[in-house]
Design a protein around this ligand. Structure first.
Ligand code: NAP
Length: 370
């Protein structure tokens, strides 16, 4: 059995990865060794996993890492930067599977999303590539939603507005949003039930609480509750994009291994949902397709796509983060031609960014190697 090291299993992506692996019994076929950057030496007895080592190992112990056949890390880019290059330099020749972004730009890495690029992954495996990286969450969810249009080379360009959940930034951020919700509800008790309060007075009280000095905002820096943040990741030195926005075009084209670059741009926005990302696409096709034809192409691409009819009831019940969270479904709806151009469509999609947007492609890559 292969020795597989798990790093970052306690975070958002890692804990969903472990949940999915348990559900699919993936641990039955590997020898699992758990590493940590903060708790080494502690027992792993609370994990209900076969074939695991008894103690948490130090994630910076290069001797221990060197013994592994496969490393799967959901720890983040800082860890990857500190460990990956040094490990390769000292001759480690195992498979590295990574949720973080830094290795996605390497020439000899493959961004994995097998319902889209299985052939390419297999081709690179046969060529001896050993570094496989999960894509950016919104990019992977977009490709899963619109895979049929990409596969049939129908897209001229694509513009996206994202609505990204707090958990997309990591466990500490998600917890902070929950603390912000608690703070407001504790400090503004029951006012909405009291008919003597004017609704605008309540809004004023909430706004005041949001900017009080004890409001929890260590990670987001500002209140996300009752708010949004139209900025994700650092600024790029190009045309005013953030790195999250820049990834759209770079990663999509790398995953598709395109000859001709498909132009993609957008605005990425953090909103006050806990889990699952939503995206609104404006797509210019190179053909004048009917809505039925386009819907059929999208629907037949993969079994996880679920078309939501363009009506009020279905939209509010099923085309939402609340419905999708915890599911592998990629819901696609609000499909309409836009008034401006007969080849332009507008489409809304929601997917769980911790599943298809992060852990599921990594789990499936690991299975492919096993
Ligand atoms: P995360 O939740 O911040 O977890 C990363 C590590 O932080 C954990 O493994 C843990 O390491 C440590 N940690 C510190 N305090 C913690 C706490 N209160 N709860 C849990 N863990 C805590 O990060 P993540 O969101 O899983 O992201 C991991 C990587 O995947 C990042 O590079 C990210 O960019 C990428 N990614 C994330 C998403 C997403 O939706 N979140 C989607 C796609 C890609 P120790 O146990 O060693 O202390």
């Amino acid at each position: 059995m292969k020795n597989v090291g798990f790093i970052g299993w306690r975070g958002m992506v890692g804990s969903i990865l472990i949940q999915r692996m348990l559900k699919k019994k993936d641990f039955d076929n590997i020898n699992a060794i758990f590493f940590t950057t903060s708790q080494y030496g502690k027992s792993t007895s609370n994990f209900n996993i076969k074939n695991k080592h008894k103690k948490l190992e130090n994630a910076y112990d290069f001797k221990k890492l060197f013994e592994l056949d496969i490393i799967i890390t959901c720890q983040g880019s800082k860890y990857t930067d500190k460990v990956y290059f040094k490990l390769r330099k000292i001759g480690w020749n195992g498979y590295w599977i990574d949720a973080s972004s830094n290795l996605r730009t390497l020439n000899d890495s493959v961004i994995v999303l097998d319902p889209i690029n299985l052939k390419y992954i297999q081709q690179k495996l046969n060529m001896g590539v050993k570094t496989f990286v999960g894509g950016n969450c919104t990019v992977s969810l977009m490709l899963m939603a619109l895979g049929g249009l990409f596969k049939n080379n129908l897209i001229d360009w694509l513009y996206v507005s994202t609505y990204q959940a707090a958990s997309g930034a990591g466990a500490k951020f998600m917890k902070e949003l929950i603390l912000q919700i608690q703070y407001i509800s504790k400090n503004i008790p029951n006012l909405a039930y009291n008919s003597s309060y004017n609704i605008l007075d309540i809004e004023q009280k909430i706004s005041k609480q949001m900017y009080s000095s004890s409001f929890p905002k260590n990670y987001f820096h500002i209140p996300l509750i009752n708010n949004l943040i139209p900025w994700i990741d650092k600024k790029m030195n190009n045309n005013g994009q953030t790195k999250e926005e820049w990834k759209g075009q770079f990663e999509t084209n790398k995953i598709l291994n395109t000859n001709k670059i498909i132009p993609i741009d957008g605005v990425c926005v953090r909103i006050a949902t806990l889990r699952s990302h939503s995206q609104s696409f404006t797509i210019k096709l190179n053909k004048n397709l009917s809505i039925d034809n386009l819907t059929q192409i999208i629907n037949s691409h993969n079994k996880w796509v679920k078309i939501i009819p363009n009506n009020f009831d279905d939209t509010i019940n099923f085309l939402t983060p609340a419905f999708v969270s915890g599911k592998l479904d990629i819901v696609v709806g609000r499909i309409k031609k836009i008034n401006i151009d007969k080849n332009c469509f507008s489409i809304f999609s929601v997917g769980d960014q911790l599943l298809w947007g992060a852990s599921e492609p990594l789990r499936r890559m690991l299975k492919l190697l096993i």
